[in-house]
Design a protein around this ligand. Structure first.
Ligand SMILES: Cc1ncc(COP(=O)(O)O)c(C=O)c1O
Length: 391
């Protein structure tokens, strides 16, 4: 039975929600349904809201001390849900997964160093490499033609030999891939054999569907545990990215200490008063909410998939195995990427993520964020149908 009401529309306009209040900046108009940046239009788990209200009412939010129970809650979640045993002494706090990755790029690599990614992939991977003056190396995924994608292994094996670092997106945004054990083993052993730093971004790993199972790369074997650096965060799972807190899990306490030194040098080592309580409460008391959220999201994917198949066959919406993001194959509309992006904004009234941000060399793809009430998706699909039929 549904205990939480994911159908309820929450008006986020004017609340400084980037998804809504940056529409003019991003799309040139606020007349689009925002289905882009990866947060959800659902309030988080009620125990987290209650804990934050209580904290807010204290009225004093001074410098905040992180108790041992914080990382114990992070580790407990991973052990319970993924069977991954982590030593809390190897966990570090950061302001977010991208800030954590950015810091590691800065102190583990040098300008000009080559960093491998598997595109199409989360756009910030491109930006954080480029903006730090490192070199982007793309292992381009191969489309199988049925909405699924595969690794080009020959290309991966050639390129991993030429890079200093590999940013693995596991599960994969935007393709929704849950990596299989053999694939992960191959990636880890090739990275290790070539002395390549492997950072596994597992921020979407609590959002897994279709009977698939997420395997933390560091949990594969003792060898992997001694090699892989993992980024996880309750902020994606529980829709609190604005609180800015993630966890980085290191193979050794020495590696953790090195990371902490980087952040300490910026005097950034404390959670803020709200993230501290929100993360721990979410991991300890949010599981029932997450399980129901996943049921709702899976139905959302089905709705979008079926609507496109039946009414808008030129747009193919593959059901992802992970994340709440759907990679739309719009190639049959026959537009170049700029025309497609313009069409979605001006004709369909949709604020989607432009596929170009995930793969500069691909054309014909857009990404849709399906983490919103069903009625929002119904409006979006009706608008898209009308726009396509008017072509
Ligand atoms: C793969 C991936 N990594 C990292 C992030 C951002 O994480 P954070 O907000 O913790 O920097 C996102 C957000 O969408 C993401 O999809």
């Amino acid at each position: 039975m549904m205990q939480y009401d994911f159908d309820r529309i929450v008006d986020r306009e004017g609340t400084s929600a980037a998804k809504y209040d940056e529409r003019v900046k991003n799309f040139g108009t606020d007349q689009v349904i925002p289905l882009w940046i990866a947060d959800m239009d659902f309030p988080t788990a009620p125990p987290v809201v209650d804990a934050l209200v209580k904290r807010a009412q204290e009225g004093i939010w001074g410098y905040t001390s992180r108790p041992d129970s914080y990382f114990q809650a992070v580790c407990g979640w991973q052990e319970r849900r993924n069977g991954w045993k982590i030593d809390p002494a190897c966990c570090s706090y950061a302001l977010g997964v991208i800030p954590a990755i950015g810091s590691m790029i800065q102190y583990m690599t040098a300008p000009g160093d080559r960093i491998l990614i598997q595109s199409p992939v989360y756009g910030d991977f491109f930006d954080i490499i480029h903006d730090n003056n490192r070199t982007i190396v793309e292992n381009k995924m191969i489309a199988n033609g049925d909405g699924t994608w595969s690794v080009d292994w020959a290309d991966f094996e050639a390129k991993i030999k030429t890079v200093k670092m590999f940013l693995l997106c596991s599960p994969h945004n935007p393709l929704g891939i849950v990596w299989q054990r053999e694939e992960l083993e191959k990636m880890v052993s090739l990275a290790k054999a070539n002395g390549v730093i492997l950072i596994s971004d597992e921020i979407h790993s609590d959002l897994i569907f279709n009977g698939k199972k997420h395997i933390p790369a560091a949990s594969l074997s003792p060898e992997a545990a001694g090699y892989v650096i993992t980024c996880i965060s309750a902020t994606k799972t529980f829709n609190m990215a604005g609180l800015q807190a993630s966890t980085t899990v290191f193979p050794t306490v020495e590696m953790k200490a090195q990371f902490d030194r980087f952040w300490r040098n910026l005097e950034i080592h404390r959670n803020n008063a709200f993230s501290l309580i929100a993360v721990e409460t979410a991991y300890r008391e949010g599981e029932a909410w997450l399980e129901q959220l996943k049921v709702y999201l899976r139905d959302n994917f089905q709705f979008v998939h079926d609507y496109c198949a039946q009414q808008i066959p030129a747009v193919k919406a593959h059901i992802p195995d992970a994340t709440y993001l759907m990679w739309l194959d719009c190639r049959e509309l026959g537009m170049d990427q700029d025309a497609l992006a313009k069409f979605m904004i001006e004709k369909a009234g949709l604020g989607l993520s432009n596929g170009k941000g995930f793969a500069p060399s691909l054309a014909g793809y857009m990404r849709l964020n399906a983490a919103c009430p069903r009625s929002t998706l119904e409006r979006a699909m009706k608008q898209l149908e009308a726009a396509v039929k008017a072509l």
